[in-house]
Design a protein around this ligand. Sequence first.
Ligand SMILES: [Zn+2]
Length: 398
Amino acid sequence: MLFLIEYETMKNINITRRSILKIAGFSTAAIALLPRMAFAARNSLRSVRTGVQPGNKTRLVIETALRPSYSLSYPAGQLIVTLPNTAANTSLSPKLASGTLAKSISQAQSGDQLQIIVDLRQSISNIPKSNIMILEPNGDNDYRLVLDFVAGQNASSSQNTTANTIAAATTSAKKYVIVIDAGHGGKDPGCIGKNGTKEKTVVLATAKKLKNKLDAAGFKTYMTRSDDTYLKLADRAEIAEKRKADLFLSLHANANPSRSMKGFSIYTLSEKASDEEAKKLAESENAADRIGVEGFSEFEANIRSALSSLQQHAVAEMSEEYANGCSRTFRNAKIEAQPGPGVRHAPFAVLRSAVPGALIELGHLSNASEEKLLASSSHQDKLVNAIVKSIKNYNFDV
Ligand SMILES: [Zn+2]
């Protein structure tokens, strides 16, 4: 029975959030390489991919080792991106999503100048600056030049399209769905501070504040629990999938045998824990399900088999990108960090899904001063503001 119900769930999972998840098929690169000249380009091409964006926009992502400079030209039926001082990548297959304006993509090297030639199904007008971004490296990604474009008509109507596109982009936060998971609940208190502060209470209060702020910022949010109820880890993950979340955040507070240990830490899912402490933490957070009757192994098995390795990779990559940004935002907000790496990895059951996400340990309830902080509304606000900022900074689409 369990299998059938969850198979139904799996079918409904919509894994089309970002270009890498939108790949319908691979296209072999038509590489038009001129005889390679003796030169030493500083930059190099890493990857090229396309995706579909809301508003029927085609997104072209050109990933390079260093920050790219570029110029654009628009011969009939083509878009040419010229990258000076850049070496081609002859082993590269552009990843072309279906349903975009890009028919094929080739590279042409001339001296130390590389041209990315996109053959289009329809001509396009000049891409406005507002539809071009250069993204900093994060996670596994290097620099990315991102271009969004639509099929062009005449100049004036394409201006209108552009205006609409910009309007849509500025309100795009509305479209993104965030599922907020307050850890533990009900019969499972989570960890408990010396003064009796319970993890389940602190994280629920913080989660509610986060929901209010994100709603106000135009995101669509859902909570896995909004009161003091017990919920299995697999159910939490399933809510994220049913809601077709773009991001899943599980909020927790930590406890350490050493009462002097302080600070927040951020985790993403991996089969192998990044260190012994991360492993122990995952074991203790996963133990929440032992309080329940059923385990999550069947659910887990189905999820894993239904996700291709490419999708798993994409989810992991996006989670990592969010977690890195979140860690940076927390540090910038002067929230004390637990010593060690910015982002750690461990096999957390609650993160096992098709939704990118992270588990945030907001601080240590086992530390007396942090217990006081975590219980205070003003510190919860500080944490929430940092999380909201990290979500606003997160690029949902690349
Ligand atoms: Zn916890």
